[in-house]
Design a protein around this ligand. Structure first.
Ligand code: HEM
Length: 426
């Protein structure tokens, strides 16, 4: 409590930089000192309270009234007037979706829109994911090398996301560019010079989302989650609002594909770095579901999430004032030894790995988690069968600097096509 009264924090706390190389490279490692010594601290570079331990973060997730998600999609870096003007030029009005909505609206909306995420519905996507994965493998299998991110791990989750949402698949390259801009705009630290470029890309993304929505309104009987929301609006206009539809159209394209693309790249990277585990999975595909989960725990694609205190609160024994902005570093929680034994070890047999917080927790927990799991499972099933001899090329990984979304920009792998199993056992 003493610390919250303005007493100085440790040097490490003052030096904490979530846009620096250490955090970008390994956010859990970058906060090891905090988990051990100062689990709740104020990061003045950010204007946020950082929370790093599992129990403290779970307690925040559990109480979405005292800890409102309203700032979850706010720009974490205040931008220049020029960038604001640029965004306004596009009529940009990103507002509440689900992830940043308060009660009671949030639960009403979530309930109204939940049916598309039920297991039986998701099964319908399995065939498509498998076909896309097989086609991508067909394209590379005889080549002996590939950048898995560029050649499939972006494209497949994006295609699946658009299909799930009911959005036409004809502007995929543009959407990839837009998504990165949205990530930088929301969770990044663009320089003054970069801010205007980012603002134009985000503005165009906003307009694009509006146009897609208009087309859907003209033909609301199309399949997909967004046309379904348009139909629901007729029934529940106060719950499914126009502002929701436009904001969600833009946010969900990113939420549904970038997260899954990054998580899949992190998964292949970690398994290939732990060769004996990769070989075990190749030999016993029944290990795949828990392996997917353990990769989500060890190296998840969402590493930090935000809340704002709606009243004075206590977190981990530290008093925070009303209005305190909080950055929960879920990647750090996932490496908390109080919750996970040998937390830094990738252990595909771990029995409590599903306790991880990569999908959040509580009333806002990720609605798409089972779609993401399904995609990751199929990627592993197909790759372990057709490229069990694949290995990681020595490379330096790069990441788009930001607090929350994390996955390598490229993932280079190679193998000897002469040893492809389909040659010996067609
Ligand atoms: C919410 C992570 C994939 C749709 C969230 C939240 C996180 C997250 C951290 C906030 C949870 C909270 O506040 O407690 C991830 C990760 C993914 C993934 C790591 C992939 C590995 C997806 C996919 C979809 C999706 C594929 C859609 C098809 C949503 C929605 C919400 C959400 C709609 C808002 C839920 C609410 O506020 O009630 N996700 N997500 N996500 N996610 Fe995901």
């Amino acid at each position: 409590a003493q610390r919250a009264t303005g007493c100085p924090f440790s040097e490490k706390a003052q030096a904490f930089d979530p846009f620096g190389a250490e955090y970008q490279f390994d956010p859990a490692e970058a906060l090891r000192w905090s988990r051990e010594q100062e689990p709740v601290f104020y990061a003045s570079s950010l204007g946020y309270w950082v929370v790093s331990r599992y129990d403290d973060i779970k307690a925040i997730f559990r109480d979405n009234i005292a800890f409102s998600p309203a700032i979850a999609l706010e720009k974490i870096t205040p931008v220049s007037q020029e960038a604001i003007d640029a965004l306004n030029g596009y009529g940009y009005a990103m507002n509440r979706t689900l992830v940043n909505e308060d009660e009671p609206q949030h639960t009403e909306r979530r309930r109204a829109l939940m049916s598309h995420f039920e297991p039986a519905r998701l099964e319908g996507h399995e065939e498509m994911v498998r076909r896309l994965t097989r086609e991508a493998l067909d394209r590379i299998v005889d080549r002996g090398e590939a950048d898995l991110v560029d050649e499939m791990l972006w494209e497949i989750p994006l295609t699946v996301a658009l299909h799930f949402l009911g959005v036409p698949e004809d502007d995929m390259a543009k959407l990839r560019e837009f998504s990165v801009a949205h990530t930088v705009n929301t969770w990044g630290r663009p320089t003054k010079e970069e801010q205007v470029g980012v603002a134009h890309a985000v503005g165009k993304f906003w307009q694009y989302s509006g146009q897609v929505l208009e087309k859907m309104r003209a033909n609301p009987d199309m399949p997909g989650w967004m046309p379904y929301a348009i139909r629901k609006q007729k029934e529940l206009p106060e719950v499914v609002t126009d502002s929701y539809l436009h904001s969600m159209m833009m946010a969900i394209i990113v939420a549904a594909h970038e997260t899954t693309a990054h998580a899949s790249a992190n998964m292949f990277r970690r398994l290939l770095e732990n060769r004996e585990l990769w070989d075990e999975v190749c030999a016993a595909p029944s290990l795949i579901p828990n392996t997917v989960e353990e990769c989500l725990r060890h190296s998840g694609s969402v590493v930090a999430w935000r809340r704002i205190a709606t009243k004075p609160v206590t977190v981990g024994g530290v008093d925070l004032p009303e209005g305190a902005k909080i950055l929960m570093v879920t990647a750090s929680a996932n490496h908390d030894p109080r919750q996970f034994e040998n937390p830094d070890e990738l252990d595909i047999f771990r029995d409590n790995t599903t306790d991880h917080l990569t999908f959040g927790y509580g009333s806002h927990q990720c609605m798409g988690k089972n779609l993401a799991r399904l995609e990751m499972r199929i990627f592993l099933e197909e790759f372990t069968r057709r490229l069990p001899h694949m290995e990681l090329v020595e490379q330096e990984f790069t990441f788009v600097p930001n607090t929350s979304f994390r996955g390598p920009e490229h993932l280079l792998v190679r193998w000897d096509p002469a040893k492809n199993p389909e040659r010996t056992d067609p």
